[in-house]
Design a protein around this ligand. Structure first.
Ligand SMILES: [Zn+2]
Ligand SMILES: [Zn+2]
Length: 411
């Protein structure tokens, strides 16, 4: 272990001379070119490494921050040692991961039984013909309701964040030691998987979020929520729609009339607190507009909208097409690219809104005014810009209107 010396303004060459012969020793010098800035000179492997040293309450040369320069140097020596002496070994370790057969899978095997059998049932491809008469949506009504979908096979990427491990830890991908004093690796904040930073790039998208780590229901990523609850769609969507279909379909201005915002907030809190045990029955909230409002709020507050940021402009462009057949073709193309959990949610919601329009005589809601309401709820431009939002409002409406009207052929 090195001894530290603070030297004033000395040259790089002189620092090199001072440190030569003493492996692991280091000194801090003030830069001659930029007075006031400091350089850490560190001797390792018969050469001197120079790092610009920063301090903002903690010491750092890269992304890791340390309480003392001593800790920083210890960490740097470990990293330098590992990277030079064990470079070949490190390169090799990720080529033969334990992951599939030992690590993560066995740790979470009770939760991971579906992992191997996952796979998305591809939505059927359809072609659009001129003057095609839409088959009666009534035919499909029961199909949507009766399928017991209580399993979820969607892929989800891990949500890795740099993590400092206390005590020795081993990578759950390659089984090797996580070296360094701090920030030795990354941890998935949704499922708790611990791996080396370089291994994180190789881990498959098989994150199975842990319910205890998912703190809220609202504002939680859609795929994360359905994976955590092992459902096909977010249970908020299913539960609200079930409640609305039970007692609200003839309610005038359904989805247009807003419920008391304090009550909607109440529903949000009870979903966040109680999950699928949240009570949204008529005895808890007599006004169906509160449930409809909560559903809209849920969809609007998603960190990634149901129609994802990535596909936003594709849908807007589709809506601008003059020919109605190519418009539907383009929308259908876009739908097939949605992440499966988003696709399933949208499909279910559109089938529901279609049924809402069948009661237009009573509720006065049709595909067009529902399109105005759900357009900005289901799709938002990736960059918030008042002008874009204003310009796209018409297309947003058109997209949702078409999704409702052609629900049976599009999905
Ligand atoms: Zn994960
Ligand atoms: Zn690893």
């Amino acid at each position: 272990n090195g001894s530290c010396l603070f030297h004033g303004m000395i040259s790089r060459e002189y620092a090199d001379e001072l440190l030569s012969g003493a492996e692991g020793s280091y000194l801090i010098r003030e830069s001659q070119r930029q007075p006031g800035s400091h350089t850490l000179a560190l001797r390792f492997g018969h050469q001197t490494f120079n790092y610009r040293l920063f301090y903002d309450g903690k010491h750092f040369v890269g992304e890791k921050r340390f309480e003392s320069v001593h800790d920083l140097v210890t960490d740097a020596l470990i990293i330098l040692y590992i990277e030079t002496k064990a470079a070949e070994y490190i390169a090799k370790m990720t080529t033969n991961p334990i992951y599939e057969h030992l690590g993560y899978t066995s740790l979470l095997k009770d939760k991971m039984v579906h992992r191997l059998s996952r796979g998305r049932t591809e939505p059927r491809r359809v072609t659009f013909q001129r003057d095609e008469k839409i088959s009666s949506p009534l035919v499909r009504r029961s199909a949507l309701k009766d399928t017991p979908e209580k399993q979820c096979f969607y892929e989800k990427i891990h949500n890795f964040k740099v993590h400092t491990f206390r005590g020795p830890h081993w990578c759950e991908y390659c089984a090797n030691f996580m070296w360094g004093l701090i920030a030795q690796g990354v941890r998935c904040s949704d499922c708790g998987l611990n791996v080396h930073k370089q291994c994180s790039k190789l881990v498959p998208s098989d994150c199975q979020p842990d319910l205890r780590r998912i703190k809220k229901v609202f504002s939680c990523d859609l795929t994360t929520l359905v994976k955590a609850h092992n459902t096909t769609r977010p249970m908020v969507v299913d539960m609200c729609i079930r409640e609305i279909e039970l007692r609200g379909m003839k309610s005038e201005g359904l989805y247009r009339v807003s419920g008391f915002s304090e009550h909607i907030e109440d529903v949000r809190l009870s979903f966040d607190r109680d999950g699928e045990k949240a009570d949204i029955s008529a005895s808890a909230y007599a006004d169906i507009n509160i449930i409809a409002g909560a559903l809209k709020l849920y969809l609007r507050d998603l960190p990634i909208p149901v129609i994802t940021f990535d596909l936003y402009s594709k849908f807007i462009q589709a809506a601008k097409m003059p020919n109605s057949d190519s418009r539907l073709e383009a929308i259908h193309e876009g739908l097939l690219q949605l992440p499966p959990a988003h696709y399933e949610t949208l499909r279910y919601l559109m089938a529901h809104l279609k049924r809402v329009t069948m009661f237009e005589k009573d509720n006065l809601m049709n595909a067009e005014n529902l399109g105005i309401i759900f357009g900005p709820t289901l799709m938002q431009p990736p960059e918030l810009n008042a002008l874009t939002t204003l310009n796209d409002m018409r297309q947003q409406k058109v997209v949702v209107q078409l999704l409702i009207e052609h629900e049976d052929v599009l999905f």
